[in-house]
Design a protein around this ligand. Structure first.
Ligand code: AMP
Ligand code: ZN
Length: 473
């Protein structure tokens, strides 16, 4: 099957051809660095990484750009609360983000442009939009995009302009100064809540809106027209809808040719999110003893357009699957010397072709993994009959390398080399808290502590000499 990807805008899978043969230019909406990213966010970045990897395996060179949103309401408010400068505050989380990317074996983009360093480009684009009649200044000095001036608004998300007007009027009463409730801010005039965060520009004193940053930075680094734009499904509306409106009206060019969005990581059927409080950061999970490779496997092994439920069971399942792959790889060492086996050569070719055609079909990773496990089964049974030889190893290794390039989890990652750290003082304190709870006949609390430790892979054992513990995974 030739390469095809689903296009959110056209609502169907379509063959993929980059604008310039052999070269793909891709923009990924990146993090707002107001806190540590959670693994739901990383689903979006692992997806973008898998897409890039598959394009590379398919022979394209990929120029990947991901923005860092280092100015918005949250970063401003939180930096003020901590009495730190905006830059100082966001830099800490930007560094943490890069650390996490590396741990998850997410390949580095060519560039991570920061919003605060591209205000001049945003101002230029806003001026262009004003000149072309797509933007206006409101009474409060802020500048808004006039949605009505772009009749194609809503094509990406499938929302109709008239429906938006009715649906959003009530909740938007606070934006008295806009001409139309659907209009969105390109430039926010300074107000006291912004403190010392502002830019003095031709547009006045203020700061850019969120949407304009991606329009300005994507075209600066990839040109006004490029191949792929990605994000999570929550970016479709309004963020990407607004990006399209700004870019197309500002430059006249088509902007991104293909829009690809990954579905949510859920917790008990709700989107994992900061606001719901149902989130785990990568750090949380690593502290609990899970490996970055297991987390990557969990995030990457479900098709990006399917919702994925996050559970500890899922992570343990990922561990088992990886163990199986590692055991298989280790077994190659025991293949006896001999001529290459025709059957193994054929099985490898078949697995490679099935994997390729599954990934070409909109990154159908579940089918691709089925090809991997099927190969494992076939070769294990041939090896059991002594039909696999050391001469078959090179071909297997070649395929494994290719699959590792595509998936990023076929080989152990850096953190697996380190011993998992167990906080013994913490466990001891928990054992004492549980003992106290039991003395007070608070069985529910005692059980809660035991279960919480079990979740972290620590099993308590009550014996005549007191309570001891052991690591169960
Ligand atoms: P934010 O930092 O909130 O702008 O989010 C960064 C990226 O994470 C965006 O592309 C979101 O669409 C994505 N995202 C946020 N929550 C989830 C989730 N639960 N599952 C998948 N992607 C998510
Ligand atoms: Zn964006």
């Amino acid at each position: 099957m030739s390469l095809q990807f689903f296009d959110t805008r056209k609502r169907q899978k379509l063959p993929f051809e980059p604008i310039n043969p052999g070269e793909v230019r891709m923009y990924n909406c990146g993090p707002t660095v107001h806190d540590f990213a959670h693994v739901g966010n990383f689903r979006a970045y692992v997806f973008a990484d898998m897409l890039r990897r598959w394009l590379e395996v398919s022979g394209f060179t990929v120029t990947q750009i991901m923005n860092i949103t280092d100015v918005d309401d949250k970063t401003i408010r939180k930096s003020q609360e901590q009495k730190r400068s905006l830059n100082d505050y966001t830099e800490a989380y930007t560094t943490a983000f890069f650390d996490d990317l590396e741990k998850l074996n997410i390949q580095r983009a060519a560039l991570y442009p920061r919003a605060t360093e591209h205000v001049a480009e945003m101002v230029e684009l806003i001026k262009q939009l004003m000149d072309r009649g797509h933007a206006y200044r409101a009474d409060d000095g802020s500048i808004y995009f006039r949605v009505e001036s772009y009749p194609e608004y809503g094509l990406l998300s499938g929302k109709r302009l008239d429906d938006l007007r009715i649906g959003e009027r009530v909740s938007n009463d606070e934006y008295e100064s806009k001409d139309d409730v659907r209009d969105f801010a390109l430039w926010k005039a300074w107000d006291e809540a912004d403190g010392d965060v502002y830019w003095d520009t031709d547009l006045g004193k203020g700061r850019p809106g969120w949407h304009i940053e991606c329009s300005a930075m994507s075209s600066k680094y990839l040109g006004p027209e490029f191949d792929i734009h990605t994000g999570g499904v929550d970016n479709i509306f309004p963020h990407h809808e607004n990006e399209i409106a700004q870019s197309r009206c500002g430059t006249g060019a088509e902007f991104a040719h293909r829009w690809m969005h990954c579905e949510y990581l859920l917790v008990e059927n709700k989107k994992m999110s900061k606001s719901l409080g149902n989130f785990f950061t990568l750090r949380d999970l690593l502290e609990q003893g899970y490996k970055a490779r297991e987390i990557r496997y969990m995030l990457a092994s479900t098709h990006y357009r399917s919702k994925l439920n996050f559970t500890m069971e899922g992570l343990k399942g990922a561990r088992k699957s990886l163990q199986r792959l590692d055991e298989f790889k280790a077994s190659w060492e025991n293949f006896p010397a001999g001529e290459p086996s025709f059957e193994i050569g054929e099985a490898i070719d078949r697995a490679e072709a099935t994997f390729d055609s599954a990934m070409n079909d909109d990154l159908n990773v579940s089918q691709a993994l089925a090809a991997v496990y099927s190969l494992v089964r076939v070769i294990n049974s041939l090896a059991a009959e002594n039909l696999a030889t050391s001469s078959d190893r090179a071909k297997l290794e070649g395929l494994w390398d290719k699959w590792d390039h595509a998936l990023g989890f076929m080989m152990p990652l850096a953190d697996e080399m380190e011993e998992s750290e167990v906080d013994e003082d913490f466990i001891q304190a928990q054992i004492e808290a549980r003992l106290q709870a039991r003395k007070e006949k608070n069985w529910a609390e005692a059980d809660r502590i035991r279960d919480e430790l079990a979740e972290k892979g620590i099993q308590l054992k009550d014996g005549p000499g007191g309570t001891t513990w052991e690591i169960i995974r």
